[in-house]
Design a protein around this ligand. Structure first.
Ligand SMILES: *Cc1c(COP(=O)(O)O)cnc(C)c1O
Length: 435
């Protein structure tokens, strides 16, 4: 058993002052059972908790730590920026460097606006698409996550094409009615929505590779099909690349799959670990943003100098080392192949989805390509596996419906430790299983 005495004490204290004891729900470990671990520090491939346990980190802050924790270049950039003050509320040269670099890395982005989180990026992109088209409705796909903006917190419902109903109390019926829902990887469902809402749809937003119901790849032709429908109908196609941006390629999923978005939302890696988001895209659409155009969007700390310093150091490194993506992919392939070998050895039925350095092990025999197929997973089994992996010193995402994020810093030692941990964890889980 893991010694987590200090974490437990901190969790106890946290619950007195913070709702559920955490500042973001998944961190509470509710989906996997047990209590959360409080982290003290991290370096390279390893997380260290308050009780002194260490873990190979397979979340990497949900993506940003793609180079490993406490990367020297990023830390150095922050250290250099610090003496110049933390914030001005006035423009700085670094923001232009950032914007130029983003537009050079992601060709569909001609202009870009910096914000402070992925949520802010998606909320702003939707408002912009509505302002630009003069239409109210948006299409969101079941199981995709776009942050916690009201328009996106819409339940999967009992099937495609149904009018959205709020998933969270506090989202008004009016807001929910403007969000249309369709299953992922299903072009026909989009065609039907377009017919029944003719001329009313401002935008279609999706994760071009889904990370938020576990990792799910677009089927061949799917993204191309969406692009065609959006072109035909004058719908703004928004790729939410908060997770995939700068991870699946320098230019994100759109580079990898060769399909361009009208607007792209970014987050996670873009701040190198600092709270940063961005949205950008076609010049004619972006010119609708205030003060260039009429759609209002602002931010006191947007383009914050310290955050920009960290983000720039991160993006420059990725931009200057395109070979990193190949390396990252081969590390990921090895980890996934090892996992397949272990699962095969144990005779476990499973599905693994992998796209580049994102992957998920699903405890189901079914192919997983949308929300309904993701729901076939044995989440209780996942929870037990998660706990065993922790005991073996591996920190996975605390839910079946999350992707894992491989970092560049995983070396031979970590790769073989991962394989050993998977084997003994899965073996233990199988032995416990009531037959
Ligand atoms: C994480 C995430 C968001 C939300 O970003 P925050 O910075 O947490 O607000 C939005 N979209 C996708 C695809 C994400 O993975």
């Amino acid at each position: 058993m893991l010694n987590q005495e200090k974490s437990n004490q901190l969790f106890e204290r946290a619950q007195g002052f913070i709702p559920g004891g955490v500042n973001s729900p998944v961190r509470a470990f509710r989906a996997v059972g047990g209590k959360p671990l409080f982290m003290q520090k991290a370096k390279g491939a390893y997380l260290y908790d308050e009780d002194g346990n260490s873990y190979i980190d397979m979340i990497n802050s949900w993506g940003p730590m793609i180079l490993g924790h406490a990367n020297e270049k990023v830390q150095q950039a922050i250290t250099e920026a610090l003496p110049y003050s933390l914030s001005f509320g006035a423009p700085t040269a670094r923001e232009i460097d950032m914007a130029e670099l983003i537009t050079s890395m992601v060709p569909s982005i001609e202009k870009v606006r910096m914000v402070n989180s992925g949520t802010e990026a998606t909320m702003s992109a939707i408002r912009l698409a509505r302002g630009f088209t003069g239409r109210d409705k948006i299409i969101k796909l079941e199981g995709c996550y776009h942050g916690h903006g009201d328009s996106f917190l819409i339940a999967a419902g009992s099937g495609a094409l149904t009018m959205g109903t709020p998933d969270s109390p506090g989202v008004t019926r009016g807001t929910a009615q403007d969000t249309l829902i369709a299953p992922y990887n299903n072009l026909q469902a989009i065609e039907e929505l377009v017919v029944t809402n003719n001329g009313k749809i401002a935008a279609l937003i999706l994760e071009p590779v889904v990370g938020n119901m576990g990792c799910i790849a677009p089927k061949p032709g799917y993204l191309e099909g969406l692009r065609k429908i959006c072109d035909r109908e004058g719908i703004v196609l928004i790729f939410d690349e908060v997770m995939t941006g700068f991870r699946l390629a320098r230019g994100g999923a759109q580079e990898r799959f060769g399909v361009q978005a009208d607007l792209t939302t970014l987050g996670k890696i873009i701040g190198g670990g600092m709270p940063v988001g961005a949205y950008g895209g076609r010049r004619d659409i972006m010119e609708y943003i205030s003060p260039a155009g009429p759609v209002y969007q602002a931010g006191t700390l947007s383009g914050n100098p310290i955050a920009m310093a960290a983000g720039l150091a991160m993006l420059r490194h990725l931009n200057d080392h395109p070979e990193l993506y190949q390396q990252l992919e081969s590390i990921s392939n090895r980890i996934v192949n090892d996992l397949r070998e272990v699962l095969g050895q144990l005779g476990l039925r499973y599905t693994i989805n992998q796209v580049g350095s994102m992957y998920s092990l699903f405890f189901t025999e079914s192919e997983v390509y949308d929300y309904d197929t993701a729901k076939t997973c044995d989440t209780a089994l996942f929870g037990r596996y998660f706990r065993k992996m922790l005991e073996q010193g591996v920190y996975l995402a605390p839910s079946q419906f999350e992707t894992l994020f491989v970092s560049m810093i995983l070396g031979e030692e970590e790769i073989s430790r991962l394989k050993e941990a998977s084997l003994s964890s899965l073996q233990a889980v199988l032995n416990e299983r009531p037959s």
